[in-house]
Write a protein that binds this ligand. Sequence first.
Ligand code: KIV
Length: 306
Amino acid sequence: MSSGSREQSDRRPVTITRLNEMQEANEPITMITAYDFPSAQVIEEVGVEIVLVGDSAANCVLGYDSTVPVGMDEMTMLTKAVRRGLRTPLLVGDLPFGSYEASNELAIASAQRLVKEAGCDAVKLEGGGASVERAAAIIGAGIPVMGHVGLTPQTATALGGMKAQGRTADVAIKVAEDAIALDQAGCFAIVIEAVPQAVAEMFSAKLNAITIGIGAGNRTDGQVLVLHDLVGFNAGHVAKFVKSYADVRGEMKRGVEGYVSEVRSGAFPGPEHVYSVDPSELERLQQRLNREDLGSTFSWDWEPLS
Ligand code: KIV
């Protein structure tokens, strides 16, 4: 356990009220993505405030080349697995592309599914514009909503690609307008992604909602990173704002290589990995096999390898 963190058993489930107290007290809020049961267990052991089952699952665990193809069935299945591994963090489910844009009814139905079937405490959606009305509708149905502005990967093509947003005043004002509209719609938190720190700071201070930055500097109320980026599990390019704290991919590769090499050399399994049997039982087994004639064309006479 990291120093300063509370004993696991002492921790109480994180509520939005608790997050608001942290925001008020300027205590940094930690948020991490997760997509499976064992990762959720590790996160629970360490203790973070918010876990997001992000649609980044599309890239990180499902092998799609963007977040666009992932659907509700896939997100629900992954979110259920994470739920089983968590007790204390606030669990936020990401509404995937196509699951909320078309109507308020669709948005509410998708959000309800993540809450009822997968056990989420809140849901997240991306963008301003029509998403603001969808967020208000979901909140009206009793489900807390986290917004997401700046670089919104589900609509990255319309933003000119996976690149920083808000580096000109014209784009920055659009990001600020989206954030303010989501704030006024009642979102309890807003993710601000890939926006210059100075810009994020300028409007973050004006919002009631808790601001969670990713590539937006350290003046937001909290930070989020994709789990697979921060533990070094993803291959290839990582964004400028990512910091890797471990080399899980390298460690996993070492493990797989060790196993393959020992199977090939005959070193695994060793004597410590096999079950023993009393020689008298083996003898009885051999007699039974012969007597019961389990294979008339097969000889059961054998000598154990030394
Ligand atoms: O899907 C995701 O992982 C996200 C985070 C980067 C905030 O939206």
